[in-house]
Design a protein around this ligand. Structure first.
Ligand code: ZN
Length: 413
């Protein structure tokens, strides 16, 4: 998607604000001799920004306005090393809520809806983003936060929640619980807004059918406001994103070169109006593509396809590159297999080779031994790797309220 003149001039304004703030990136641009952005070529000369640099700037090195203008910070979880702190001005907070309200509207959610919010509140951007967007929209927020399934189901029935906001893993857990307790007739849910992560069609179908709701994928990341920068409409043809607030380009993660619209690659985001911590050409490591053409819904906002995975989730076994999403797709073709799985990779010193173990859930009606054999054959023929496979009953693997970690690499242990 070519950057427009309007967007270019906004980037130029942000660049100048960053440089004059003399923050971490301001110093970087000055050292590189970058002073302004006038043309598309100027823009493409801007270096990419990676999460590692945000860590280097810990805690507040990327702040681009005086302290008195900052009203809040959020932090992205640091699974390795230091976390990243993102400062927000009052305008940033308001812009984010406006974008989030637009997400709800795009999903057909309005003032009379009752929105049950299960993502966590706190340093994380999730819960508070869902809440601010809901209030901006004028709907009723039910700020549950994560966990306590008993209470979630109680409130869902008593308050007649019409919308559930959750990760796909927690939505699955709630759907299973509602199914188990035969509560479907007692709930009023119509729609689910699900934090975008790669999830299988099977899981989507199960949640949608069990709860009898339409599902919407909401996109976002803490470094760029938080969730709420894009969502799919009821045509379900990809996620519209708000190109008046952000500019998105797709690059080849290996070469860093822009790819054509429609081609898959890594999402790179430039904030156009962010004040507290503007970021230019931030590498998200999320893999997707821009969907060319117009959406049948008539909205002019461009579209991203579902997130296919993360470029840093890729793992290598016997020299073969694999993504969790690929594993998920292959498992989805096997009869009776659920959407929950886990992958362990280890190195066998004796044979000097990598061992990949897939633990997968299957319904009781299928033969577990045969199912394991079928999975082995599919992996061997489709990607040339023969895993060890353990089939366990549905419900055995842990369900998580956050994004589920599926790949455990023990080779460095
Ligand atoms: Zn649309």
């Amino acid at each position: 998607m070519q950057i427009t003149e309007k967007q270019l001039s906004l980037v130029n304004e942000r660049l100048k604000a960053i440089i004059s703030s003399d923050n971490y990136f301001g110093r970087m641009y000055r050292e590189l001799g970058i002073t302004e952005i006038k043309t598309v070529e100027d823009f493409k000369k801007l270096p990419f920004v990676d999460k590692a640099e945000l860590r280097n700037a810990y805690p507040l090195g990327i702040q681009a306005v005086p302290d008195e203008d900052i009203v809040r910070i959020h932090s992205s979880s640091g699974t390795t090393g230091k976390p990243v702190i993102i400062p927000y001005t009052a305008k940033d907070v308001d812009d984010w809520a406006t974008m989030f309200a637009r997400c709800y509207e795009t999903a057909g959610i309005g003032k009379s809806d009752r929105i049950q919010i299960t993502p966590g509140y706190g340093l994380w951007t999730a819960g508070i983003g869902f809440q601010a967007g809901c209030e901006k929209l004028g709907a009723m927020a039910i700020p549950m936060g994560p966990g306590n399934t008993e209470k979630q189901l109680q409130m869902m029935q008593d308050l007649k929640s019409t919308v559930i906001c959750a990760t796909s893993s927690y939505a699955l857990l709630l759907a299973e619980e509602i199914n188990k307790r035969g509560l479907k007739k007692d709930i009023c849910l119509k729609k689910g807004v699900i934090g975008s992560e790669r999830w299988s069609d099977k899981k989507r179908e199960y949640i949608s059918n069990e709860l009898g709701i339409e599902l919407y994928d909401i996109y976002g990341l803490t470094e760029i406001y938080g969730p709420g920068i894009g969502i799919n409409c009821d045509k379900q043809t990809g996620m519209h994103y708000w190109d008046d607030y952000i500019y998105i380009e797709i690059i080849d993660p290996q070469t860093g070169k822009n790819v054509e619209d429609g081609e898959e690659g890594e999402i790179v985001i430039t904030t156009l109006v962010k004040e507290g911590a503007p970021l230019l050409r931030f590498r998200t490591h999320d893999l997707s593509r821009i969907i060319p053409g117009a959406c049948p819904c008539g909205r002019c906002y461009p579209r991203l396809d579902v997130i296919k995975g993360r470029s840093d989730d890729m793992f290598k076994v016997h020299g073969v590159n694999m993504f969790p999403s690929q594993v998920e797709e292959l498992l989805g073709t096997v009869d009776g297999v659920s959407s929950e799985y886990k992958i362990d990779i280890a190195h066998d010193e004796e044979k000097n080779r990598d061992i990949i173990l897939i633990t997968v859930e299957a319904e009781g009606r299928v033969n577990f031994d045969k199912t394991a054999e079928i999975i082995k054959t599919i992996f061997k023929t489709k990607i040339g790797v023969t895993p060890k496979v353990v089939v366990v009953p549905v419900g055995t693997l842990p369900r998580s309220e956050k994004k589920t970690k599926r790949v455990f690499d023990h080779r460095d242990d």
